[in-house]
Design a protein around this ligand. Structure first.
Ligand code: MN3
Length: 202
């Protein structure tokens, strides 16, 4: 079954004023859709065309060489954006809740230290990429990835990820990526992040 573009779980303007409606429309309807379409085109006719997204992402190194770049970029982009929409909410923001709150304090010292680490990863990512909170199999970890690389590609479970491609923020924030990252925490959906943490497995 080919991948499909998931609906946004809220209207385009739901995350205003932190993320503007026009950015959300272009980001979801055009950018994410392109990742879906290009991933499907790259996988068509291969052994992976009906495989789950997680399997596709973990098998890139054993795919035909001429498929790897397109799958990495586009299946990665589909995975990352599918997560991104669901960990934001118009009712978001504030401090973490649930089990993830204590886990963040244990791993990073405090919520403020954790948030600073995530923002630092995003600010220092040169060019395009993502900054992440992941479950790495033994604990929580913060790092950034280039392009559309997904933590799933290295066997990690992404819990929270912030898109730092310019298409995610340029209309409202122009070159001020740090301001976008600061504002992003007003829309983080801790219920969704905590649900991912509780379901992390391993
Ligand atoms: Mn994006």
């Amino acid at each position: 079954m080919a991948f499909e573009l998931p609906d946004l779980p809220y209207p385009y303007d739901a995350l205003e004023p932190h993320i503007d409606a026009e950015t959300m429309r272009i980001h979801h309807d055009l950018h994410h859709k392109a990742y879906v379409d290009n991933a499907n085109a790259a996988l068509a006719g291969t052994d992976w065309e009906n495989q789950p997204l997680t399997q596709v992402l973990t098998d890139i190194d054993i795919m035909p060489e001429e498929k790897r770049v397109a799958v990495r970029n586009n299946a990665g982009g589909h995975a990352n954006h599918s997560l991104f929409w669901t960990i934001m909410s118009p009712d978001g923001g504030g401090a973490p809740t649930g089990e993830i709150a204590a886990a963040i304090d244990d791993a990073f010292g405090s919520f403020d230290d954790f948030r600073a680490a995530v923002n630092d990863g995003g600010v220092k990512r040169f060019g395009s990429g993502w900054t992440w909170l992941v479950w790495d199999g033994t604990g929580l970890s913060v790092y950034s990835t280039p392009n559309q690389d997904s933590p799933v590609m290295q066997g990690h479970v992404p819990l929270l990820g912030i898109d730092v491609w310019e298409h995610a923020y340029y209309l409202k924030y122009q070159n001020k990526r740090p301001a976008y990252l600061e504002a992003w925490w007003n829309v983080v959906d801790w219920n969704a992040v905590n649900e991912r943490f509780e379901a992390r497995g391993g």
